[in-house]
Design a protein around this ligand. Structure first.
Ligand SMILES: [Zn+2]
Length: 398
């Protein structure tokens, strides 16, 4: 049971008139206060499918009590910390986050297509002032609550939930003073009996790609689950789930770069039948009606849609999702692979919340020093460390 102050009235989510109060708050765009602490934390009412739910505003998870379901562990322990105030700027009054992107959403007509992600995230440059494609995908995932898992979600997280939460998260973000939701396409769950209506809505949503004009081309963002790659003349087709009959074209050189750069993601996806491969891409339309990929990045997620970046994380999550404890998956955003982050946080662990760190094989002294610093900075949390080069996974229950 949770208590909220809604339109001046204290209510709990098990009250008979709770849905009615939410309906009024949604209509009036009122801000319910979560009463998990004395001041109350402002939240908002969102429509997920046909259900009204109270959601936290961007990056306010740390304001909630540690025992509150809306609580989130400190952002400094993931790649989100360095982005706050730079690449991601909050407007607390509007409840939105303004994003600075490291890639373009428009394109000169003559330039060639087919870049593969911006190289920031995995190469030498580590500029936290802008979000790469992968960084944006991480932020969308994080804000959608798709990094959190409790036993309560078992069997209840499918593309339907992923789709609705991504859409809702995009509504709380803006790029160049425009809502991200207007530039982001996420395919809705496909139902054969509604095929015509779904295709109609898709064509409508993607119509900005085909506006004839002489200025720069409009690009849109697409986030979807990859069904398969199949070869085409001079390139590859990327087939996205829930978009039957729809083809995304990737030029051959870009396909080769994609295989190199996202080798780990593709291997993780290929080696586990329950995993999903998520693509984020900027896409462009051509006069012939073909949709081409301009830039693309990939992310592998588990059966529970929790992101993983290597087989160690996969094994850790496999163990953790069998336990009953709430867990929050940490994401790398723009951090380099040579920098530590809390791979998972168990916020309800007692006596202290726990941060779980995976040290990769061959980690150098700088990695160890940075890890030590992160652990020392949070005396309120206990640390669990798995040195993958030295030992099997330590027990999780001590
Ligand atoms: Zn709360």
């Amino acid at each position: 049971m949770r208590r909220f102050l809604i339109n001046g009235e204290v209510s709990s989510d098990d009250a008979d008139d709770f849905q009615h109060l939410l309906t009024l708050a949604y209509r009036d765009k009122a801000r319910p206060l979560c009463l998990c602490n004395d001041e109350g934390v402002p939240m908002y009412v969102a429509k997920i499918g046909d259900q009204l739910v109270i959601k936290r505003m961007p990056l306010t998870g740390a304001d909630h009590d540690a025992a509150c379901p809306s609580y989130e562990p400190p952002y400094e322990l993931s790649g989100l910390g360095p982005l706050m105030g730079g690449a991601i700027k909050l407007d607390p009054a509007a409840g939105t986050a303004a994003l600075k992107l490291d890639f373009s959403l428009s394109k000169r007509r003559s330039s060639g297509a087919g870049a593969v992600g911006s190289e920031t995230a995995d190469s030498v440059k580590n500029d936290s002032k802008k979000l790469s494609l992968r960084g944006l995908l991480h932020f969308l995932w994080h804000e959608s609550g798709l990094t959190e898992w409790t036993a309560h979600f078992a069997g209840k997280r499918h593309w339907w939930q992923v789709y609705h939460h991504l859409q809702e998260a995009a509504r709380t973000m803006s790029v160049w003073q425009q809502s991200l939701a207007e530039r982001l396409f996420v395919p809705e769950p496909f139902r054969a009996e509604e095929k015509a209506a779904i295709e109609q809505r898709r064509a409508q949503a993607l119509s900005p790609l085909f506006h004839a004009s002489t200025g720069p081309k409009t690009l849109m963002l697409l986030v979807g689950e990859v069904k398969e790659f199949s070869s085409a003349r001079n390139g590859q087709l990327v087939i996205i789930k829930h978009m039957p009959g729809f083809r995304l074209y990737l030029e051959e050189p870009a396909w080769r770069r994609l295989q190199r750069r996202f080798d780990t993601e593709l291997t993780l996806w290929g080696s586990n039948e329950t995993s999903h491969l998520i693509a984020i891409a900027t896409i462009a339309g051509s006069p012939s009606g073909v949709v081409t990929i301009n830039e693309i990045a990939l992310m592998t997620v588990t059966e529970q849609w929790l992101p993983i970046e290597n087989a160690y994380e996969e094994r850790l999550l496999d163990r953790l999702t069998r336990m009953r404890e709430k867990m929050v998956k940490g994401l790398r955003f723009e951090l380099l692979r040579t920098q530590p982050l809390a791979n998972v946080i168990l916020p309800e662990h007692r006596p202290l919340a726990r941060a779980l760190y995976i040290v990769p094989q061959g980690a150098d002294e700088r990695f160890e020093a940075a890890l030590r610093e992160m652990i020392d900075a949070r005396p309120d949390m206990s640390a669990w460390i798995w040195r993958t080069g030295e030992a099997e996974m330590p027990p999780l229950t001590v």
